[in-house]
Write a protein that binds this ligand. Structure first.
Ligand SMILES: *Cc1c(COP(=O)(O)O)cnc(C)c1O
Length: 362
């Protein structure tokens, strides 16, 4: 490999496409004749305005975002969205959440500060190893929205069918699957994604929100910055935004458009995930942690028969040049995150390594 880069299986921050990093490196000291780095640039300058506008336009193209949706770039990463969603969308003070793992639990706990949360379905009974049936949820008449974490980064589950929200607004945390497959935006009221999983640098979330959900009548306690309308009314330039992240994400959007868009990403991601899942399905040592129907194409948790052996595999993988295969501290085991930017060769090399380990430890 040209730069001696490692296959980094981190759940986030995670790998970015190498051609994007090369472009960023080339523009680092002098962005297109501006005489400065994007990090040094006024967010009110024409040159940055163009970076921002192109990023939005490219994302709109990539996801075919309908005109009646706003695209916002909001600081605070994913976690701030756990609060912004209930602050902005709870009118009646009631919302339904589907509990599928660590990230939906965080969202639930945060929402409880602002109103009543009804757990509409949960997979807690089986360690969050599946997506519960959401075809006939019990949704109260006064519920303001239905919330899902569409891909649970830690537990490795993903939705292949969206819940029937019975006419209520669907809100989705797409952090660890954003831009990994085509998405019909019109089925959602709000989509948000922390960008450091599948797009760019940490510290920012992309929010896609239907215009009619922007409100002037928010409770007084909601900080100005935490109102979606503040960002919508100001082109995400209400204050100094995360200019660097917007710039890097914009590059990734262009890269995805130039490489076949989300259909092509999906096909690649399916191919990569199949290589790893086929191996796990046939292995006597390693076991996937999720039921087949709900397995994520992005985050693949798996275990050996013991904690000690899990740790041994992690150590051996490091020695073999792989990085970040340790499972999240809350669940243990191993986890390979194989986002858009992970090359197929990386997954193949990992499977070769695991095969060899299995043979040597049979
Ligand atoms: C990482 C992650 C978050 C939190 O993102 P931060 O930027 O660290 O706050 C939220 N939801 C999901 C699904 C995630 O994977």
């Amino acid at each position: 490999m040209k730069y001696n880069r490692t296959y980094n299986f981190s759940a986030g921050p995670a790998m970015m496409p190498e051609p994007v990093l090369e472009e960023i490196a080339a523009e680092m000291l002098n962005y297109r004749g501006s005489g400065m780095c994007v990090m040094e640039m006024s967010h009110r300058s024409k040159v940055f305005q163009q970076i921002r506008d192109e990023a939005e336009a490219d994302l709109r193209k990539l996801m075919s975002i309908p005109d009646n949706y706003k695209v916002l770039f909001v600081q605070g990463g994913g976690t701030v969205q756990f609060a912004m969603v209930p602050m902005n969308l709870m009118k009646n003070g009631v919302a339904c959440y589907v509990e599928t793992g660590a990230w939906s639990k965080k969202a639930i706990n945060e929402a409880r500060k602002y109103g009543e949360v009804k757990i509409a379905a949960s997979s807690a009974d089986k360690n969050f190893s599946y997506i519960p049936d959401c075809s006939n949820l019990d949704i109260p008449e006064n519920a303001d929205y239905v919330y899902i974490c569409e891909n649970e980064t830690i537990n490795g589950t993903t939705y292949y069918h969206l819940p029937d929200t019975k006419g209520k607004i669907l809100v989705s945390d797409q952090s660890s699957m954003f831009l990994s497959r085509p998405c019909d935006v019109s089925r959602y009221g709000l989509i948000w994604a922390g960008v450091q999983k599948n797009v760019g640098p940490a510290g920012m979330a992309v929010v896609i929100i239907r215009e009619d959900l922007l409100r002037d009548d928010l409770p007084k306690f909601v900080p100005t910055y935490m109102s979606y309308k503040t960002h919508a009314d100001n082109d995400s330039l209400y204050n100094t935004p995360n200019c660097w992240a917007i710039y890097c994400c914009g590059k990734v959007f262009k890269y995805l458009l130039a490489n076949g868009g989300l259909e092509a990403m999906h096909a690649r991601n399916e191919e990569k995930a199949k290589i790893l899942y086929d191996f796990l399905d046939g292995s006597k040592l390693f076991t996937g942690a999720v039921v087949k129907e709900d397995r994520s194409l992005m985050n693949v948790p798996f275990v050996t028969p013991s904690k000690e052996q899990d740790a041994d595999v992690v150590a051996a993988s490091k020695a073999a040049g792989f990085d970040n295969l340790k499972g999240h501290k809350s669940v243990g085991g191993l986890r390979a995150s194989i986002y858009n930017a992970m090359p197929k060769e990386g997954v193949e090399a990992l499977v070769e390594f695991l095969k060899k380990y299995e043979q040597e430890h049979a």
